[in-house]
Ligand binder design. Sequence first.
Ligand SMILES: NC(=O)c1ccc[n+]([C@@H]2O[C@H](COP(=O)([O-])OP(=O)(O)OC[C@H]3O[C@@H](n4cnc5c(N)ncnc54)[C@H](O)[C@@H]3O)[C@@H](O)[C@H]2O)c1
Length: 312
Amino acid sequence: MKILVTGGAGFIGRWVVKKLLEKGLDVWVLDNLDNSREKNLEEFTNNPHFKGLTEGDIVSEETVSGLFEEHFDLCFHLAAQINVQESLDNPQKAYEVNVLGTYNILEQARKYGTKIILMGTCMVYDIADCSKAISETHPLKPASPYAGSKLASENLAESYYHGLGLPVVICRPFNTYGPFQKSNMEGGVVSIFIERALKGEKLSIFGDGTQTRDLLYVEDCADFLLKAAFHDGSEGETYNAGLGTDISVKDLALKIACGEDKVEFVTHHHPQSEIPKLVCDYSKAKEKLGWEPSTDLDTGIRLTREWIASNS
Ligand SMILES: NC(=O)c1ccc[n+]([C@@H]2O[C@H](COP(=O)([O-])OP(=O)(O)OC[C@H]3O[C@@H](n4cnc5c(N)ncnc54)[C@H](O)[C@@H]3O)[C@@H](O)[C@H]2O)c1
């Protein structure tokens, strides 16, 4: 089996590559290293099943079509412009990478009959009804060009499934964290907090810290994507994945910080795009794919802390 991972040098992508190589599958990576580095793939370079990184842009039709001449059986499409603030500042980039880039992938997949695992996001859901966990049927309301462009890419992929018979599975993980996530402002809240705590700095909370997140450990996220890919009958479906419990950003900060005096509250950059409560209902993935998370938050934080401490 020949497998392409777009965005495979990135945080989640490199874990998907790792899990696929552990299964003895042949893996190619397409990534322009816009938000990642080749070093993330270093441990795979001597693996004969790792077929290398193509440093290229999914927005380039020429690059994508050239690579697809390999005739991939499966493509995990993770490459994306992921920064919410950047998408508010520059919606065009979110559109080009997330919509046009996905179109290029879908067109080549159609040519070769490649099954697509499309990486969506929980950021597409409406935040109005926060009383219960969010399932795949929850109303949608993208609140940033990032979320809007990701939803557009999902819709496009779904249209290739219904209209053109392309096998497509849409995966919507909730906030994912773990080793290899950036710990600067482009990273996730867990990595940012751990990095600051290790440096003895204050942990800054945007707003009052009551906003909650459902935090999914990255290896569980990668396992979810593989389950979605290799499960017969998953095509044409959308699946959520998360831990199934949420934690407020304030409580997360207190869990990671060394004392309450190490936590501070700062003005939010984009309160209009903030999501007050996010908790995942992953019962569909559990029932249909046999997937459920196996790493609790404390274990995930410990593993992430160990990685950041030994890599900074
Ligand atoms: N991290 C999360 O919490 C989370 C949650 C849900 C969904 N996602 C989705 O998962 C995917 C991976 O996100 P991540 O958190 O690993 O972020 P990431 O930025 O580490 O991964 C994205 C990768 O895509 C690459 N890339 C960006 N633009 C590209 C382009 N034009 N051409 C080729 N490569 C390009 C980047 O260099 C990076 O390696 C994204 O699709 C994101 O929307 C992430």
